[in-house]
Design a protein around this ligand. Sequence first.
Ligand code: DX5
Ligand code: ZN
Length: 217
Amino acid sequence: TNDRLISPSILAADFGNLQRDIEMLNKSEGDWIHVDIMDGLFVPNISFGFPVTEVAYKHATKPLDVHLMIVDPDRYIKRFAAAGAAGITVQFEACPNLHRTVQVIKETGCRAGVAINPHTPVAMLVDIIGELDLVLVMSVNPGFGGQHFIDNTYKKVAEVKKLADECKPDLFIEVDGGVDQTNAGKLFSVGANVLVAGSAVFAAANPSAMISTLKHA
Ligand code: DX5
Ligand code: ZN
């Protein structure tokens, strides 16, 4: 079914063994591979860029779910599409001309996503949601893996689900940040259909088993 997808984040992978970790994800019950791009401006951290994304694409048998936590993402959308993204998600707060940005993503053939930070109301999406393939509700302040899940996320996911039921029933509703086996089941039950997990997966003794645990939570 398409209503319980897991998108493990390689931000928490071992970059010295990235091929090995991607091959683990290929064999797991994970559905997408989440790729976190941070520029040190939109968020107070720098992750990685095109070379690492290209390596992930080279080894992955699953779609790359690219999350751009960068200012002015229009500058790089075509390059991330060329590097292998299947979907590109931009941050609402980084896009003064969001409608145009979404069209630029769609022109590349990628699935178009918009992420909202913990302080951004879901209502800000009412005039764009019909154009989107995916809404990402951030459940931590973006910038770092391993942070604590913010409980207000459940309410926001339910609000996105309500909007989607009205005007975009096939919308992917994704949650990112602090997702683990203690909140995954409740997130699915309030309307999320894609869960990102970084440290919960890669810090687990058995990452592949943890992916299954989250998917069936
Ligand atoms: C946070 C990133 C997340 C991060 C999640 O800024 O967008 O995708 O990798 O990591 P965990 O699951 O450890 O919170
Ligand atoms: Zn992310």
